[in-house]
Every structure is written in structure tokens, then in C-alpha cells.
Design a protein around this ligand. Sequence first.
Ligand SMILES: NC(=O)C1=CN([C@@H]2O[C@H](COP(=O)(O)OP(=O)(O)OC[C@H]3O[C@@H](n4cnc5c(N)ncnc54)[C@H](OP(=O)(O)O)[C@@H]3O)[C@@H](O)[C@H]2O)C=CC1
Ligand SMILES: O=C(CO)[C@H](O)[C@H](O)COP(=O)(O)O
Length: 463
Amino acid sequence: MARADIGLIGLGTMGSALALNIAEKGFTVAVWNRTTEKTHAFVEEAGDLAANVIATDTLEDLAAALKGPRAIILMVPAGQPVDDQIEALDPYLGPDDMVIDAGNANFRDTMRRMEVLERPFLGIGVSGGEDGARHGPAIMGGGDPDLWARVAPILTAIAASFEGTPCANLMGENGAGHFVKAVHNGIEYADMQLIAEVYGLMRDGLAMEAPQVGEVFEGWNNGRLSSFLIETSAKVALAHDTATDGPLLDVIVDAAGQKGTGRWTAIEAQHLGTPIPVIEAAVAARNMSAQRGLRADLAATFGGVDRIDIPIDILEAALTCGKILCYAQGFDMLRAAARAFDWSLKPEVIARNWRAGCIIRSAMLDDMAEAFEAAPDTTLMAAPYFSDILSETIGALRQTVIAATSAGLPVPAMAAALAYFDTMRQARGTANMIQGQRDYFGLHGFVRMDTGDKDQHGPWADD
Ligand SMILES: NC(=O)C1=CN([C@@H]2O[C@H](COP(=O)(O)OP(=O)(O)OC[C@H]3O[C@@H](n4cnc5c(N)ncnc54)[C@H](OP(=O)(O)O)[C@@H]3O)[C@@H](O)[C@H]2O)C=CC1
Ligand SMILES: O=C(CO)[C@H](O)[C@H](O)COP(=O)(O)O
């Protein structure tokens, strides 16, 4: 039997698409799945590509089918399944054989595995959904550069490419790849939430039907907002439901699912002390969306909302502004993580890696890559290209938030973006009051503006 170049475990949505992608690029892939019938069904459906696939029924057979030193991709649910799978594989592998977790692992799990496993281990984030995995995802690697080099020829061959440059790169050490993927997903949550809020304003504020919203999104996809998520949103809004002979969007339950990556991003931002309020608002909005019963009860108690009168191009500018602020927060968080975990994360490399293949790919990411190439340590808010767009669009964001909140229409992510902008461009903030309060009740001390003296206390009015 010809030996395979790489192994893959987990023939679900992502794993089967990745295996076909690998086979299509001329590599031989040996596959194994927990449910054996799926392995056989997968090969039967692989058509001509089956010639590059070796189906195996046991982990021993999988190991035997691979060239050494072996490399095996895991594409199974994050958490315990990854640990269980590594343990189950262990008896069949040699000390140089490498396991690559390509699922959406929590980066802390990846760091733990790298510490405790006595074998080569890489953690890679893969983005692009099923279609991306099949035809070219963005791949965010984390771990030892020598290990990355061992599989880079396969990973770069299967990845998306932007103007000839593969979107597969080593992001940094140990858990960096999975961390970058989590922040990618945090931005994904925020981008999706901002779009959903604009949809809500058009539906409830402007009384537009879903197909009209879809047409607006289609138009925006030809402009500055051009992105996979706007294109996706247009297709979702334009879809027709034959059962009701109306928009499919209108029959979808308004409760968003989530598997954890957005929440992890929000939690890690708190650990790092880095502000990502737009992403946090998006996670909270998904949580609120799940409380459908309570929302229905409170709607009955407090009544409905009003219509708004706002031009569509103002909504487009508001979305542009919110999106830039959300990306600025995501990249600032990546920089904070690089410092905290001693990773060599490079914002320009990350932005370039996200230009194609991944869910958040957008025209703007190329401009972001350029901005970071010129000034890697600068927030996007201060990069000349983006500060010009922010100056041009912040009025639209403000107008949109005012109109929405006046009418009682919820725009939590947009409002968070606006509050972030207003807070970050306020030279003299209001935390002097907080420092006074903290010193009053807890003798925590404050710093004087005039002298720079530290550990100052009162005297307060009742001292
Ligand atoms: N779907 C997406 O858009 C994306 C998903 N991901 C990540 O990729 C990973 C896989 O996701 P996806 O393909 O969507 O998931 P699916 O649910 O489609 O497939 C899961 C696969 O894992 C196997 N599996 C499940 N539990 C175990 C276990 N305990 N031990 C061994 N194998 C197991 C399943 O085998 P069986 O057939 O026996 O059930 C199946 O092959 C996840 O980490 C996910 O977060 C990353 C990017 C995008
Ligand atoms: O990683 C992904 C895209 O990049 C997956 O589709 C992930 O499942 C999305 O997250 P969630 O399920 O929480 O919406």
C-alpha cells in the first residue's frame, strides 16, 4: 500500500472537506473517523479524489498507512474529544510523530497539551467554514517553527491565497494560532452582530422586507464594506421559503447559537485588561437572543418600538465605522496578548492571513495589512487611512445610534463602538472621580495631575 503524506481524524463538516482539499492538491491522505461507516461513505463519495485517499478502520491501520515521521490532523470537537483522541492514538505513534489539532481549541488547552505531551504538537486555527476547508481556508498556525516547516508544504497548498500569497502562516509560539483564531471569531461575532443590527433597523425602523434588505447588502458588497459576511447576509436575506412563500429569514428563530470562541475572546480580553467592547456586546447580544421567552414577556409589558427615518447610506457609513472600531479592538487585543504571552505576533501578518479564505475576509483587510506594515504598533484608529474614514463616518454612527435608541431599537454593538470611540478620543476622562471614590472608601490612593505625586489621599469633604 502506498504510504500517505498526512493523516486526518474526524470526517465531519470540516474534516471531510479538508481531506478532499488535501487529496485534490496531490497529496495522499489517510483518514479515520470514530463512526467507521462515515469513513467508507466518505471514500465512496470522493469520486476521482478517492485515488488519493486511504480509508482506515482502526487507529493502528491509520498509523500504518502513514509515511514517517507521521503527521496527523485532528478535526474533532474542541475540549475532551481532543485529549481522548490524542491518548487513543498514542500507542501507535513514534516519538517524532506529530499531532496537529486543527479544531477551534481554547489556546490554553493547546498550551497545556504542548507542555505535557511528549511528542510534537501543533495547534492550528482553520477558518472558512465547509467551503473554505474544501477549496482554501485561512490557516493560523501556532507552535515550533520546525514542526510548522514539516507540514507547511501541505498547509500552504490547501490554503486560500490572496494575489498568489497563501493565507497559511505560523502566527507565533505555542497557543498563538488558536488564540489568533479565537480573536478572529470574536471579530466574526462582532461583524455579524453589527450587520444584524443594521438589518434590524431596516426591518423594524424602516419597515423593509427581507428581500429589500438583501438588495441593499448586495449593493454594499460592491463598495467599501465588500466582505464575505455582507455577501452571506445578502444571500440569507434574499432566500425564499417555499413552505410559507415568503422570506426564509422571516421563519428563522431569533436565537443565535455559539460554540464558545467568541465567549473565550471576551474572557481573555478581561484577563488581559484590554478593551474589546464591540466584541463583548456581540457575545452578550447572542446571550440575550437566547432569552426568547423573557423577551416576549417584556415586550408585552413595555410595548413596542417606533419607526425611524434614516437614509440607507447613513446606515452603510455607520456600519463601516463600527466595523473599523471592532477590528481596531481585535488587533489591539492581539498586541496585548503578544506582550503577555511573549508571542511574536505580527498584526500585518495576521491581517494578510485574513485577506482570503476566512469568514471575516473583506476588502478592508488588505488596507489593514498595509496600515500595519507601515506602523505595526499603532492602533487602527490612528492609522491615517482609517482615521480619515473614522472622521468621515463617525457622524453617521452617532446619527444611527441616536435614531435607534430614540425609537427603542436595540443596537448594542453599534452603541458600544460609539462609546469606545468617544471614550478613546477624550483626553481628560472621568476616572479621576473613580480614583477619588476608591480612595474615599478604601484608601487606595491617587496620583496628582499637577505634581505627579503618587499614593495621595484626600482630604475629603467630611474628613
Ligand atoms: N463548522 C465550521 O464552520 C467550523 C468548525 N471548526 C472546528 O472544527 C472542529 C470540527 O468541527 P465540524 O467539522 O464542524 O464538526 P462536526 O460535528 O461536523 O464533525 C465532528 C467530527 O468529530 C468526530 N467526533 C466527535 N466527537 C468525537 C470524539 N469524542 N472522539 C473522536 N471523534 C469525535 C465526529 O465523528 P462521528 O462521525 O463519529 O460523529 C465527526 O467526524 C471543531 O473544533 C469546530 O469548532 C473550525 C472552523 C469552522
Ligand atoms: O470557527 C468558525 C468560523 O470561523 C465556526 O463556524 C464556528 O462554529 C463559529 O462559531 P459559533 O459556532 O460560536 O458561531
